[in-house]
Design a protein around this ligand. Structure first.
Ligand code: SF4
Length: 81
């Protein structure tokens, strides 16, 4: 669990420990009174966001642009090495 930066991933790792080190057993946890229960699968169920098809397309375009910018940055870094 060293160097874990994502709290939800840390909760997941804690749950793996709680289930005796068996990741596959987490699904079967029935302790719904545990405050970690909603996060045990390593995802935050409260962050679900519904997007319209237009918003999804806009998001895809933004991500595509972001990736292109990142690739250009890497290329520039490699030129100076
Ligand atoms: S939700 Fe709570 S009881 Fe269930 S595995 Fe995680 S820590 Fe253990």
């Amino acid at each position: 669990m060293a160097n874990m930066k994502n709290p939800v991933k840390a909760i997941h790792a804690f749950c793996v420990d709680c289930m005796g080190g068996h990741e596959s057993y987490i699904k079967t946890c029935t302790t719904e009174t545990c405050p970690l229960h909603p996060f045990r699968m390593g995802k935050n169920p409260y962050l679900k966001r519904e997007m319209s098809p237009e918003q999804i397309e806009e998001f895809r375009q933004r991500m595509k642009h972001y990736r292109e910018v990142q690739e250009q940055k890497k290329l520039k870094e490699n030129q100076y090495e």
